[in-house]
Design a protein around this ligand. Sequence first.
Ligand code: ADP
Ligand code: MG
Length: 409
Amino acid sequence: MSELVSGPTWHPPSTAASAKTASALFTAAFGGEPSGVWAAPGRVNLIGEHVDYAGGVCLPFALGHRTWAAVRPRSDGQLRLVSGQLDEPWTGALADVAPGHPAGWAAYLAGTAWALGEEGLLSRGFGGIDAAVHSDVPVGAGLSSSAALECSLGVALLDLFGGGAGALDSPARSGLVRAGVRAENEIALASTGGMDQATAVHARAGYCLRLDCATFETRQLPFAPAGHGLAILVVNTNAPHRLVDSQYQDRRAAVDRAAALLGVPALGRLESVAEARSGLAAVGEEDPVLLRRVRHVITESARARAAADLLEAGRVAELGPLLDASHTSLRDDYALSCPELESAVDASRAAGALGARLVGGGFGGSAIALVGASAVGQVVTEVRAEAARRGLTEPSFLLAEPSAAAGRG
Ligand code: ADP
Ligand code: MG
């Protein structure tokens, strides 16, 4: 690999260093030592984008970049929370956690404690916590720092107050997926479909998760790009987010409407665009925008299934055209791209990437490129130069190496 990829910005900092940072933050904020440090990963979705809420198939995997939570129990019903990434600490009563309260970042943590209780996963002895979090996952870059935050605290609480249910082989871990989703939807009032939390809870190093979002069934698919002389490069465009939430709601509403008109529970399960079109025409629906949204969901889910087959056969190097087609579909049928993402994808391909696409919500955030390991430096140079040529914000980069799920750090 080139010199460039060995720099500290590429790979996550060492486990020991990050755990120590969270511990030191804890001691500075609360005094004394935490009971332990737990961590949960960010994620990137290889393919199957914007199909989770349509019951389609997606292939997310965990990053080596993790969010670390140093935690100690309390007995007075209070939650005291600090973050190394944000200035405002938060203190409040567990009993007061409710929709929209707390507002801001603390909602993800307080919401997780609340939701685990609602799910019946914490013992009656749970009487609050002091928690300090430190994140190596870029925040708000489409790499799911929010689920990493929820699940870092969530596994801590399951270990401390859930009878050790944070352990990797514990069946109760699945409850953390639901709790994270509820924290985000019901307390932080943010939209999330569950892919992020499922990845943080179920991921395995060297594997990609095949997640069927209709049933939430998961299958582990071997995925170790380095073993094939390849790398997944993540380009964080650092673009300012533009209307991501309203656009997300709009696409979700289109999917729900099409499914209702067709009388199917999960649009992402359909296999034929032509059949969906004739079904919609039969009920008088011929809106070309809606038809494009439907086409994305059906073809993207098919691409994710095809990619899963390739991974199962060990044909990692053949993923490129599927990534490219995913990007085209997200850009043209789902209308989610922006100048920064186009620049990153164009420049990656021009510099030799086997395939590239936008990931996450769109309108900013990140793109991924499948790149020969020896070409990573070249791709980075080109992506950076192209952004400058187009007058765009300077992107940042990290290598996505399929990594382990949440657990004790
Ligand atoms: P993503 O999950 O893609 O990073 P989201 O908008 O879903 O983007 O979540 C980002 C939000 O999660 C931040 O605005 C903040 O409220 C919260 N968050 C994530 N990581 C941290 C952290 N380390 N400290 C405090 N808040 C965080
Ligand atoms: Mg998120």
